[in-house]
Design a protein around this ligand. Structure first.
Ligand code: UD1
Length: 419
């Protein structure tokens, strides 16, 4: 198993480009199932989750051709011969649930393993199922699988009980081929939903309201092929910005814009960061120790749960005490135990963490537990004095393209070593 050997403290300076968004790419690949024509997708990030999704699509019989060098792929779903997403794949990547809506809408049936629990919490899919049932699907849960059937799906008014990103995406995709109008209420508003809607529109779908909490879709008999460029990864960008906040320095991230960054930039300003944005990207400077910032995670445009661990690393070395409330996932503080090993002062009660910034963190051996927790640990390790070894970095490779290479370009010392 590979590890990161991080030597700190490190100041960051220079420019890196941000990759395509994982959370936009995965649903867009699944949406390709909705047409038998070829779709061409650009700005494809080189990530483990992307290769897992391609393995799943190929297992279904979808043709996927990847041009890694140019970050482009062609997908053609004209010869699907299986409608099953097996447990082995779904358990490694929950986003596999995103084939449910498209398979059901296009082929009238789908069998997708229940994702089950994962490290950061229970993460049920009841809202996906509720919505598809309201559209006329017959759904059974047996032997750990969701089996869905529908000769035809019908538009429906669906009010989600909780705001779910992949839930909204699954229902949006299914509604594109349903008969009549679907209204999704209490839907997610993330930029990745808007990117999916843009892709679906380029395939001929009729969708409005994406980016708000009410989305309307008029179903079509068929969708056509399309070309699309995936938006930048706002979580990758936010992670690099937090690295500068914790370590100090001056970096420019190209290919990003402030609109999609949500609360992340506001909080970085509160930390004392100087932020300049223009057409080339966003530049951020931190020349003093950051101020601590308190926040509560919520769905977009609120503070992203996917940025919580990275801001905790900033708070661990910031001036003052902060309160962090995690309200999306019930078990998303696993990085706390590891940050304590680096000398952080953090106490947790229920879903609230109290972080008192320390003058100095000290390098230590730590273990990555999930994707974003790992990112928080890399930031804390770069700010710490001495050497840290971060184990289980395969979590990072799921969602960050060449994180070590990009950080080293900025002057960090992050070596990938065999375990
Ligand atoms: C997506 C993102 C993930 C991010 C999360 C929250 C992708 C591929 N992943 O995950 O990076 O951390 O949004 O921003 O886009 N819930 C239910 N029932 C459901 C669905 C969800 O109770 O049917 C609950 C979940 O347990 C959680 C909350 O709703 O508490 C939000 O989850 P959701 O938005 O669905 O997360 P994902 O789409 O899995």
């Amino acid at each position: 198993m590979e590890k990161f050997r991080v030597s700190g403290p490190t100041k960051l300076a220079g420019e890196v480009s941000i990759s395509g968004a994982k959370n936009a790419a995965l649903p867009i690949f699944c949406a390709s199932i909705l047409t038998s024509e070829t779709v061409e997708i650009s700005n494809v990030p080189d990530l483990k989750d992307v290769s897992t999704m391609f393995s799943l699509l190929r297992k279904l019989g979808v043709k996927v051709e990847l041009d890694k060098k140019n970050k482009q792929c062609e997908i053609r779903a004209n010869s699907v011969h299986s409608i099953e997403a097996p447990y082995e794949l779904v358990k490694t990547m929950r986003a596999s649930i995103l084939v449910l809506g498209p398979l059901l809408a296009k082929y009238g049936e789908a069998k997708v393993s229940l994702p089950g629990g994962c490290a950061i919490g229970q993460r049920p899919v009841d809202q996906h199922i509720k919505g598809l049932r309201l559209m006329g699907a017959k759904i059974k849960l047996e032997n750990g699988y969701i089996t869905a059937k529908a000769k035809k799906l019908f538009g429906a008014k669906i009010t989600s009980d909780v705001i779910s990103v992949t839930g909204t995406e699954n229902l949006m995709m299914a509604a594109c081929l349903a008969e009549g109008k679907t209204v999704l209420e209490n839907s997610a508003e993330e930029p990745e939903i808007v990117d999916l809607a843009n892709f679906l529109r380029s395939m001929g779908a009729e969708i409005s309201g994406d980016g708000s909490n009410k989305i309307e879709i008029f179903g079509k008999k068929k969708l056509n092929g399309a070309c699309h460029t995936i938006i930048f990864d706002r979580i990758e960008a936010g992670t690099f910005f937090c690295a500068v906040a914790a370590c100090g320095g001056d970096i420019l991230l190209s290919g990003v814009n402030k609109e999609a960054m949500g609360m992340t930039l506001e909080k970085l300003r509160e930390c004392g960061g100087k932020i300049i944005h223009d057409q080339s990207g966003i530049r951020i400077k931190f020349f003093k120790r950051p101020n601590s910032v308190s926040f509560q995670t919520s769905s977009f445009p609120g503070f992203a749960t996917d940025m919580q661990a990275q801001f905790m690393a900033v708070n661990a070395v910031a001036k003052g005490t902060s309160i962090i409330k995690e309200s999306i996932f019930e078990n998303r503080f696993m990085h706390v135990q590891e940050m304590l090993r680096l000398g952080a002062k953090i106490s947790v009660r229920g879903n609230t963490a109290v972080v008192t910034g320390v003058d100095v963190l000290k390098g230590a051996g730590v273990m990555a537990t999930d994707l974003r927790a790992s990112a928080g640990l890399v930031i804390a390790a770069m700010a710490a004095h001495g050497q840290s070894m971060i184990d289980r970095i395969y979590h990072l490779d799921r969602g960050y393209e060449g994180m070590d290479k990009k950080l080293n370009l900025l002057g960090a010392s992050v070596d990938r070593v065999k375990g």
